[in-house]
Design a protein around this ligand. Structure first.
Ligand SMILES: [Zn+2]
Length: 283
C-alpha cells in the first residue's frame, strides 16, 4: 500500500523484496528502486503514473535483484552508482535463472520472469550527485558497506533518507558483497545524523537508532567468523556460524534455506576479509 511520508514523497513497503519510493517534482517523478516480481513492478509503475505523467529517472540503490528487476516497466533512464552499473552490465541469463530458482514454489512468478530484461543504468555516479529539478533538491549519496554500490537518496528539505540496504529492519542483512568494517563505520556516522525519517532498504520506516541491530549483527558475524578463522578452521568449517546466526532476526516460514544461503554468503565474505586482514600464514 502506498503511503505519503512527506509532501509529494511516497513509499510502498509491501512489495516482495525491497522498499520502493517515489519523489514528485514539478517536472516529473524520481522513482527509487523497482519491485522484482513483474506483476508487482507493473503495479508500481501504474501507481507512479497516477501520481505523475512523467518519470524523470529510476534510481537503483544497488544492483541486487530486489531493487532492479522491475526497471523495464518504467519509460525512464536508470541512475545508479558506477559499481551497480558495472555489476548489472555483467549479469548473464543465469542471473534470471537463479532468480527463478528463488521462486520454485511459485511457477506463476517463474513464468513472468521469462520476459524480464535487465535494464542497466544509463547514468552512473561515484561519490555524490546533487539534483535540482522541478523545485526539489535531491541528493544521491554513495554509502557503501552493504555493497560497493550501495547508495541512498537524501531530501535535505524534509530530512528524509532512503538508505538502500545499508539499513534493513527486522531481517537478516545480506553480507555477501559487503565491506563489513566500512558498513559499521557508515552506520556509526548515520547515528550521528539528525534525520527526521529513514526509509530502510527492507522493513518498516524508522529512525537512525534502528540501524543499531544491523551494527550488532555485523559485529557478531565478524566476531564469530574471526573465532573460526583464528582457530584454523577452513571456510567450509566456518559454516557452523550459520546456525549461530539464523535466529538473530525472524524469517518467514519456508524462507529458512534462503536465509541460510544469505548467511553462508556473509560468512564466506567475512572469512575472506579476515584472511586479508590477518594473513593466511599466521594461522
Ligand atoms: Zn542489496
Amino acid at each position: 500500500m502506498i503511503q505519503e511520508i512527506a509532501d509529494g514523497v511516497f513509499v510502498d513497503l509491501d512489495y516482495e523484496g525491497a522498499n520502493v519510493g517515489c519523489i514528485l517534482t514539478d517536472e516529473g517523478a524520481i522513482v527509487i528502486d523497482s519491485p522484482m516480481i513483474p506483476t508487482e513492478a507493473k503495479h508500481w509503475a501504474e501507481t507512479v503514473s497516477k501520481l505523475s505523467s512523467r518519470v524523470l529517472y529510476v534510481f537503483n540503490t544497488d544492483h541486487h535483484r530486489a531493487h532492479i528487476l522491475g526497471n523495464q516497466f518504467f519509460d525512464a533512464p536508470i541512475l545508479a552508482h558506477e559499481v551497480a552499473w558495472k555489476e548489472m552490465s555483467n549479469y548473464k541469463d543465469t542471473f534470471i535463472e537463479r532468480t527463478k530458482n528463488l521462486f520454485k514454489k511459485r511457477p506463476d512468478v517463474q513464468k513472468q520472469l521469462d520476459d524480464i530484461d535487465i535494464i542497466k543504468p544509463e547514468l552512473a555516479f561515484t561519490g555524490r550527485l546533487l539534483m535540482n529539478r522541478g523545485g526539489r533538491e535531491i541528493h544521491f549519496i554513495h554509502m557503501g558497506g552493504h555493497t560497493p554500490a550501495t547508495s541512498g537518496v537524501f531530501l535535505p528539505e524534509e530530512k528524509i533518507l532512503f538508505t538502500g540496504d545499508l539499513v534493513v529492519v527486522n531481517e537478516h542483512p545480506a553480507l555477501g558483497q559487503c565491506d563489513s568494517e566500512e558498513w559499521l563505520t557508515k552506520l556509526r556516522w548515520l547515528r550521528k545524523q539528525k534525520y527526521a525519517m529513514i526509509v530502510p532498504g527492507h522493513g518498516p520506516l524508522c529512525n537512525v537508532e534502528a540501524s543499531e541491530p544491523v551494527s550488532d549483527y555485523i559485529r557478531s558475524m565478524r566476531a564469530k567468523v574471526r573465532k573460526q578463522f583464528k582457530a584454523g578452521r577452513t571456510k567450509a568449517e566456518a559454516a557452523v556460524v550459520i546456525s549461530q546466526m539464523i535466529d538473530y532476526f525472524p524469517y518467514r516460514q519456508g524462507e529458512k534455506s534462503m536465509i541460510e544461503k544469505r548467511i553462508r554468503a556473509g560468512v564466506s565474505r567475512v572469512y575472506d576479509e579476515m584472511k586479508l586482514f590477518y594473513g593466511q600464514e599466521e594461522v
